[in-house]
Design a protein around this ligand. Sequence first.
Ligand code: PFF
Length: 472
Amino acid sequence: MSASREHFSSKIGFILAAAGSAVGIGNLVGFPVAATKNGGGAFLLIYAFFVAFICLPVMLAEMGLGRRAQHSPYKAYSELGQGLKRWRLAGLFATITPFMIAVFYMVITVWIFGYLVQSLLGNLDALASEGFFGNFVNDYDFIWYLVGVTIIINFILGGGVRKGIERASKILMPTLFLMLILLVIFVLTLDNAWAGVQFYLVPDFSQINGSVINGALAQAFFSLSLGMGILITYGSYFRRSDDIVTSGKLVAITDTAVAFIAGLMTLPAIFAIYPDTNPDSLSDSSVSMIFSFFPNIFLALSESVGYFAASVAATIFFLLAFVAAITSLVSIIEVPTSSLMEKRNISRKKALLAMGIAITVLTLIAATSFGLVPWFTAFTSYAGADKSVFDVIYDVFYDTILPLNGLLICLFVRFRWKRSQLTAELSEGNQAYATSWLEKYVSFAIGTFIPLILAVVFINTVLTKFFAISII
Ligand code: PFF
């Protein structure tokens, strides 16, 4: 099977595909708002520190494991883990997690697609009207948008690694950068925009506490698409001569740069329209920011630039968010798809069909858990609150299992695969790596304090989320 494995055609192909995965909804709204609420420049510094010193080593380990094994996560862990049960379990987690996160991300992407279509049709005023979002998520019309998103994703993934993922990334990622820059320029020319830039960038170290630090790490981890099996899978599409180390660094830099630049769009837009905004009052939830807050901002903008220009800006914003979400979804659905192709020895078409059906059914369940189907809405309860199916998927897979998967890859490198093997793998395609400072750092950190930190984050999340006890 590995002889016929597809590979990315070039380094830039991989970088754009991996950046497509990394740049997502979290970059556009989640990151800027978290930074503004939690100490501005101080948060940015902590975030950048985590990207460089915690996330990059994990990222290199995932990519190295993938390329070494030339398999998707499950088989990669079982082969290099010599079939031991505990490593097969790690592979299973790295296969199920992306599947479930795909479901939760799919729901949000379907809504974004709906908002994109509505703003394109000139219905910005309706999108901004009171209660629109609540009605929108409680209307079965979302199924049409789900069909649309499914067709687009299958179209891209159906083409395979080079003609699908790589080609789509080469078109979509530059388009995304262009739209982002256009919006930043537009927003920065509005009155009061600079107040937002100030809130975003001026450091306030007094805001930093344990939970802010934990939040910054979780955001960085998620933003780089770690713990989702994506980089193991994409690593397996690398050729032996490709330079994993430089590619990994470039992906981390691109993702962080996009998150940073997005802050120059998101915050100034908020402050231009509502100059008296108290950053603490901004919602922590990207969902409520995107679907409730932003349409209002765009509509309010029409007073100064006119309804047409405001609608164009809103359309570009939703298109930007949609492109960011689609390229992330493509990467995450590729993980279980390629696992299925490998495990059952079936064609890409058949695997995509099976995946498409399974994800659609689960998406329907998650998307109807906002009130349409009462049983899915009040699905269970823990830590003193009722939880819907969507909440459970979010809490279990996004919040809890991601750091666990990060921990497992560190333990795998430390105790099974061995750090010298990781170094040998990363040195192929980058000979200077073996004697570099980065190698010394990665080898040390991945076997010592990175797993320790991830273990603390994991335990803290379990206690907070499910038992309402916080140790950080
Ligand atoms: N890096 C992505 C983001 O910031 O939104 C994380 C991600 C989420 C990737 C969901 C893929 C995905 F399906």
